[in-house]
Design a protein around this ligand. Structure first.
Ligand code: PGA
Length: 245
């Protein structure tokens, strides 16, 4: 694992944007895996800035998002589709047909998961996957469990995740209880992975991911087994890591 600690969240997000920009510059038809949540917003702002400055061209880029709530239509203001359109896709020159997000309104969610996996394969796999981490060590919506999930699947969200995401909804009762998420196996097949983590509330999860044995009880710990992972931390997120390596 390549671990970089920055003084503040702004710098860490900028570094994530730089790595995505470098991927697109080195391979204009890159396949990029993207993430939602509060953490990547400044990274997306920086990517928009680089695009407006004429540095980045998204016309040949394909994207696959990690996850989506089950039961929320794409125009719901808390759906991940809405988030991605607002923060990135409406502001860059990506072709609408090159954007892939699991379909939260699919009549057959299991089939939607299988077709998502097929679509990733048909595009030749993901070149760079951007990740965040949950306070409980989740990646995508892969929650702590007894086993790593191999492929895109329907997930029951844990109370911890529902509570963490309630800040975006009127109340925690409004947070969907299920989601569609790439599996840990899907994520591990990406050729490179960039994880962005900021804030002290993630410090314990970062410590388990990096310092403890690989275990599905901390899904992010599986990244120890990936050959090309960069973890970008701000100093608050890195505070629990001392002496562990
Ligand atoms: P956050 O979510 O950026 O909103 O903290 C990250 C995640 O849960 O993966």
């Amino acid at each position: 694992m390549n671990i970089r600690v920055f003084e503040n969240d702004r710098q860490a997000a900028q570094a994530a944007a730089c790595m995505i920009a470098a991927q697109i510059l080195s391979k204009p038809a890159a396949v990029i895996g993207l993430a939602t949540g509060g953490t990547p917003v400044p990274a997306y702002q920086e990517l928009v800035r680089l695009t407006n400055a004429g540095v980045l061209d998204w016309s040949r880029v394909t994207t696959f998002n990690l996850d989506e709530y089950l039961g929320l239509p794409g125009d719901h203001d808390q759906s991940f589709k809405y988030f991605m359109m607002k923060h990135l896709f409406n502001k860059v020159n990506i072709a609408p047909e090159s954007i892939h997000i699991p379909d939260g309104m699919a009549a057959d969610p299991t089939e939607a998961c299988m077709s998502y996996e097929r679509a990733i394969r048909e595009q030749g796999g993901i070149d760079l996957q951007l990740l965040g981490i949950g306070r409980n060590g989740h990646i995508g919506f892969n929650e702590p469990a007894d086993a790593f999930s191999p492929i895109t699947h329907v997930v029951d969200l844990t109370e911890d995740t529902i509570e963490a995401n309630a800040r975006f909804f009127a109340s925690s009762a409004d947070v969907p209880r299920q989601a569609l998420s790439m599996g840990v196996g899907t994520i591990m097949q990406a050729r490179s992975i960039v994880m962005l983590v900021t804030g002290t509330e993630k410090a314990r999860a970062v410590r388990s991911m990096i310092c403890e044995p690989v275990s599905p009880s901390c899904p992010a710990s599986v990244l120890q087994l990936h050959a090309n992972v960069t973890i970008l931390l701000d100093s608050p997120a890195a505070t629990a890591m001392n002496h562990c390596r």
